[in-house]
Ligand binder design. Structure first.
Ligand code: WTA
Length: 651
């Protein structure tokens, strides 16, 4: 926590879309008269037919429903493209910066993007994709990722983007869950000078699936690196061949406001990742509105959100919202430290970026390398900075503010989730005095509250579980294929409200400070990871009897992955097995799930009923071993001594 306060800079207060009085008035109205407020905000979207009702929502078990803008008809891709053509068809929609700065980038105008999207949409149709079909995208950060997403949206197909860092197994699970019969991929990805075998991963995933009788009949493959990759006759199609001869016009499908737009898999506290489903109308209004206010976005400004399209931030704030708002959005294929630690700032200078939005983990990793990589660049174009994905520690915030933004750029620390579609608790740059480490105040229409373990709402300064009391337009609508899991996960811990899974503190000024997940989800470098997923990967190894995974503090990643593993009887728990298990998890899930520490444990701390006491495992992982709390309920309290003795590193 930090006590520093940064008031709104004078020129921001004078020129911003929303100033502090404006924020208060608008927020009050959004809560007192939600129908009126959202009816007006919805006008930022082009509706083919107007909606009848603004909202029809209830979080109660007997009456559970979340519907926004019912009766309204629209197409979100047309909102991203067609409606800009008359006035700004020649403006740049996407600036693409490739992995290697020596390679040529691309600037794609709205008109070109429209044509490319239409051609690919027609190609999808030619391959039998129809409204409601699921299409899996497994692509690097190239404009074709946005093109494929928008092409799906244009014809009413539901895209499911799978982050290109996930393993073939993780990809297979996601293809199977949403039953898509078509996969869009590239020959290889390119990040930090290293290639990623995307097509080979798809081949491996599909081989696994065909053994389970899940049939994918079409793979469209973009040639990114030109590597020589095997093509399966009758199944695999070159992207270039798929679009050749296709027309540059494709009538947008008329979608109901509540028709599905996309599925995005995300980790929860139990089981395998769930398919978060977002629908069309509410998501469009919500993301366009939040992007407009949070970034004070004005047409003509170059805007860069450094997230990957494989995550929700990439969906909402690289592709959909900026394009709906007619922005110039930068897509960056590479990584912050290649060719060197100046890359972000060089790209900012190259394109005169005014708004930059990134994850704290990237900033921490750059901060560690010293200021010189920043200060040797100009960054004069920057006017606003943002962060997302995990709590930002005050030191990193101050560094971002002082060194990167030279004290002139406000920082919008935006708290939100895959489930929320867009920013929920966030400063507005012209309205909100900033406190480093605090996501500050709620977005319009959002009613956060803190509750204790019994669900009793806490007033004033307090710390508790963060809940949201009422629906907002960008809320997820269901878990794909498992509506009951949706209700169970988010609406039963505290009946009648949405439970975020986060802990939070509210200070005397009403500012919110997210303290991190309070369920069994960990946040590694801004990526959500369910401890259950890593555990299930570990126990699938033939030499592992049991595993328990918890988060541990990590200077750069925010949280690291700490795994306790009990090997099978007779298996030697040594360095060889440790290395093997790390490799195994990377193969099962992907490199983002790499365990930082594997501790072999002869036994795990369990209650007499067999439940693992994670509290103890967390404390040991945090090296906070002086106060382990009550261990008398353990079936065998002796395991704790073994765990303490087996802890790697300084005791
Ligand atoms: C965490 C990413 C603190 C939080 C958009 C949340 C944050 C989870 C912030 C969602 C922030 C996100 N400050 N914590 N500004 N933003 N989080 O679904 O724990 O990948 O529940 O969505 O990230 O992660 P997800």
């Amino acid at each position: 926590m930090s006590d520093a306060i940064f008031p709104v800079p004078a020129q921001w207060a004078a020129n911003a879309l929303v100033d502090s009085t404006g924020y208060e008035a608008k927020y009050r109205r959004s809560i007192a008269d939600p129908d009126g407020f959202w009816r007006e905000e919805a006008q930022r979207i082009d509706w083919i037919e107007d909606f009848d009702t603004v909202r029809d929502t209830s979080f109660d078990r007997d009456d559970f429903r979340i519907r926004w803008f019912e009766g309204g008809k629209l197409n979100i891709a047309a909102n991203c493209l067609d409606r800009h053509l008359a006035a700004r068809g020649d403006d740049v929609a996407i600036i693409w910066e490739p992995d290697d700065p020596a390679d040529a980038g691309r600037k794609i105008t709205y008109r070109q993007l429209h044509d490319d999207v239409c051609k690919f949409a027609n190609a999808l149709k030619a391959h039998g994709v129809a409204k409601g079909d699921r299409v899996t995208l497994y692509l690097p950060m190239v404009p074709e990722a946005a093109i494929a997403m928008l092409a799906c949206a244009r014809i009413g197909a539901v895209h499911s983007v799978v982050f290109a860092g996930f393993s073939p197994d993780a990809l297979a699970g996601r293809i199977k869950d949403c039953q898509s019969r078509i996969v869009i991929t590239a020959d290889q990805g390119l990040r930090g000078g290293k290639t990623i075998p995307l097509k080979a991963n798809v081949d491996a995933a599909l081989e696994k699936l065909s053994a389970q009788e899940v049939a994918v009949d079409t793979v469209i493959m973009l040639r990114r690196t030109g590597a020589d990759v095997p093509m399966v006759a009758g199944r695999d199609v070159d992207w270039a061949d798929a679009v050749s001869g296709q027309g540059a016009d494709c009538l947008p499908e008329i979608m109901d406001a509540e028709d599905p737009l996309f599925i995005l898999y995300t980790s929860g506290s139990t089981g395998q990742p769930k398919g978060v489903l977002h629908t069309t109308g509410g998501y469009a209004v919500w993301t366009a509105m939040t992007h407009h206010y949070v970034f004070d976005y004005r047409p003509g400004q170059v805007y860069w959100c450094a997230a990957d399209v494989g995550w929700v931030t990439g969906h909402s704030y690289v592709v959909y919202a900026p394009l709906m708002n007619g922005a110039t959005t930068v897509m960056f294929e590479g990584v912050p430290n290649f060719p060197d630690f100046s890359r972000f700032w060089q790209v900012i200078d190259k394109y005169q970026v005014e708004i930059f939005y990134a994850a704290p983990t990237a900033l921490r990793s750059l901060m560690r390398e010293g200021d010189k990589y920043v200060t040797r660049t100009s960054r004069r174009s920057l006017r606003l900075l943002g962060t997302v994905g995990e709590p930002i520690n005050p030191e990193a915030w101050q560094w971002y503010h002082r060194v990167v933004g030279e004290m002139r750029c406000p920082i919008v620390d935006t708290w939100w989730q895959t489930e929320t579609g867009g920013a929920m608790i966030t400063p507005l740059p012209g309205a909100t005095a900033l406190k480093p480490g605090s996501a500050t105040l709620p977005m319009f229409g959002v009613q956060p509250a803190l509750v204790d373990n019994d669900g009793v709402e806490l007033e004033g300064p307090a710390e508790g579980a963060l809940i949201i009391k009422d629906s907002w337009p960008g809320q997820m609508r269901t878990v794909y294929g498992d509506h009951d899991r949706f209700f169970q996960t988010y609406f039963t811990t505290f009946p009648g409200v949405y439970f975020t899974g986060d802990g939070c503190r509210r200070d005397q000024d009403g500012y919110y400070w997210i303290t991190g997940r309070i369920d069994d989800v960990i946040n590694v470098s801004g990526h959500r990871m369910g401890t259950a997923e890593v555990e299930s990967a570990l126990v699938s190894h033939p030499q592992v009897a049991e595993a328990a995974v918890v988060g541990m503090p990590h200077d750069v990643k925010g949280q690291g992955i700490y795994a306790y593993v009990t090997p099978m009887e007779g298996i030697e728990a040594g360095e060889e097995l440790r290395a093997e298990l790390v490799k195994w998890v990377r193969k099962e899930i992907g490199p983002i799930a790499t365990p930082d520490i594997v501790q072999f444990a002869p036994g795990l701390p369990k209650t007499r009923s067999g439940k693992i006491m994670r509290r103890i495992l967390r404390k040991i992982a945090e090296n906070d071993t002086t106060n382990l709390g009550d261990i008398s309920t353990l079936a065998d309290p002796g395991v704790v001594d073994d765990l303490l003795a087996g802890r790697p590193g300084p005791k």
